[in-house]
Design a protein. Structure first.
Lengths: 227, 227, 227, 227
DNA sequence: CATGAATGAGTTTTCATTCAT
DNA sequence: TATGAATGAAAACTCATTCAT
């Protein structure tokens, strides 16, 4: 229940169909977060969304399709909000550190969504690649600025992403309530080649916290359910 | 098919009951690796193990129990073999780098087992902590030797483990055929505070490759495991 | 695709409601022919007819009702055209043979319709009886003319009809490309008592072929029927 | 309920599994006869057989598989019994006439089974071809004996079969309580070329009636359900 | 211990039909 | 009339688990 309703919020001015679709997506977020993708059943998604089970299939072909829609919606929202927040920053290390930290803040500010995102990333390997493009650009910037001394390739990016997702997981577990973002960012920066003091300074520097509020998710991508 | 039958081999001199149990565990390894934990069905495990489905419940309370047994068995075997191989090494960075590299070699030398281990680690979060004790000892040794300049705590260990598992995954995917172990080890050592040249030297230094034929688990038995 | 739109064509000068109804019937013909009565879904009929699914129920109480309307429509059209074509023939055997042959030609000239008719006859047993009245009249004429030497009753008529439908089926299957009409007509005439040579002559005598463009149903309209 | 239990009767001395399988087949016969193949649901078959719905899938992959098993079982039983009854007859017309008449007697002596057979023949077109081989042999014998004056080919056989099935249908409807066999046989013999008096004599000659009792169906073909 | 048939709750999916707009 | 979202009952099928032998 925590932070549900984000899709519905977004859809409140759209048609009835869009609102039902959004209700289903919010329900799916909740259940994917709680039970994981495999364990969540279509019937329960419908039940939580408070629609008949058949209604699910009016909007989505199957569980995969709603999962993709949800994952895409979250990822898009997070990415957009991160983008906005970092528009002015030109220092590669700062950008990288802030992206990690803000991503974790954002995703853990709405735990259901964070968890759903976490599961989704695990499930849809594609998602990783696509999201990673932002990261790749910053890493290459760092190489040009001479502050990154490792080879930038897919393996590095996957490793970097794995570290970030692990930190998100830890924070969502509540095992490291507040600091997971800074801690992992510091480790990442060290790994990339930043001097220890720089890594520490960038990773712990005060930044305004972001909250996952909905404006970023402009539309759930009015995808055609039927075919 | 490749590396099946390790549990059966281990059990070959034990009673009939132990051998049946081992057959089930080998079958489970195969199926967890191929389909994941949720998708593997008890009936199919029994079928692959070539026993009646009811027999499963003579040996395990439920699917969770066999999964735990398998995961524990693999982890223990891997740990034992790693231990043996590193008995003489006293340099902390070398120990740490070698452990990562050998773990990945080992786990990817028997892909079924590697994949099963990978899934299991994901499923049994506990497993991470327990295996991590070996790692913690080496990290603390590194601190005492003055070569590790980050704080050693649970978060660091989880991050370290996540990097390793990610590399294992990449290697199992075949995306990075041979080098995932060295690559991630180098990144880890940099992260911990090793100078870049040291990190590189340790991570890429020639070491004898291990194959997963653990002390009592010597090699793929000519096991029956029907198919 | 071939011969769709006959109902729409017929309805082109009627009101909008009648045209929508006709569109639904044409769509139903297509789907009944392709999938059979049970497998054709109301939603798909509406989709093919390019109307909203709710619109279906404005025009028909349920699936049975549209099936009856379609079957009745086809049967009536076929009967009318047969009637017209045989107005001048007074010899009973010639009438009977020609009716069978022309029915098969007609129904197989528009395969969708033939198949739909075939299914419908199977489904609505009534249809058989009603259509059979034409046949009964000719058979009784044959008795009066002394050329039919079996008892004319419902059983004979059903048997006769079964033979005809079987021939239609064979021809629609493409197993007997052109001759199913003549072949079955010859067998029927023999059965009724015609001397073998007469049966053969009548059944294979040249007759102008009919095509299913019934009096008000002239030809495939450039109908919208989406898909 | 009428004539059920034939498969069970047959299986009564076999193992428990075979008996359950037989119960399911008997239930299927009943429901296919009453509702047709499409309308009969797996759950209801299981309910009538008095087993849990899951049990169905222990024995049959799906509805198609049980339908095939049932159809094959019936057809085999009928064919065997017909064979036995006609072993001594050498006159082609007599064989043909008796086969038709006895087939109808047999199939309508156990109405459920007759109806199920009827549906099955319609559904599994293959069945027609295979059963038709007996018929073809007799027809060719008739040609050699000079009593059949039409060409013997697939079309003739299908027509012949259609007439027989139609007669069975009529008799099962109760519209022609007792005589459908003789009536259709007479028509068939006329069609083939027998002189009217011969056709009549052969078709109405007294013959001992057969009843569908079960010995003929030796085993439900211990087919492997699982795979 | 081992067997394997049987269970039945639970899952996905379809579809005729209704109803507010 | 026409729309199309929503419904919910029912169908096919799966699978962890039990139990009599």
């Amino acid at each position: 229940m925590t932070s549900s309703g984000l899709f519905v919020w977004e859809a409140q001015n759209l048609g009835k169909s869009a609102r039902t679709r959004a209700r289903l997506m919010d329900a799916a977020v909740q259940l994917f977060a709680r039970d994981g993708f495999e364990a969540a059943s279509v019937n329960e998604i419908a039940r939580v969304a408070d629609v008949a089970n058949g209604t699910f299939y009016v909007h989505f072909r199957d569980k995969d399709e709603i999962a993709a829609a949800v994952a895409f919606g979250i990822a898009q929202g997070v990415a957009r909000q991160l983008d906005d927040a970092m528009a002015d920053e030109t220092d590669a290390l700062a950008r990288i550190g802030m992206a990690t930290r803000r991503f974790i803040d954002l995703a853990s500010s709405a735990p259901d969504w964070g968890r759903a995102l976490f599961r989704a990333v695990w499930f849809f390997t594609d998602l990783r690649g696509s999201t990673a493009n932002y990261l790749r650009a910053d890493l290459e910037l760092g190489v040009r600025q001479g502050v990154i001394t490792v080879e930038v390739d897919d393996f590095l990016i996957l490793t970097f992403a794995a570290m970030t997702m692990n930190a998100l997981f830890a924070q969502l577990q509540g095992e490291f309530t507040t600091d997971a973002g800074s801690r992992v960012a510091e480790l990442q920066l060290r790994m990339l080649g930043a001097p220890p003091e720089t890594a520490r300074e960038v990773a712990w520097r005060e930044i305004p916290r972001l909250q996952l509020h909905l404006t970023p998710l402009h539309r759930p991508a009015a995808a055609p359910a039927a075919e």
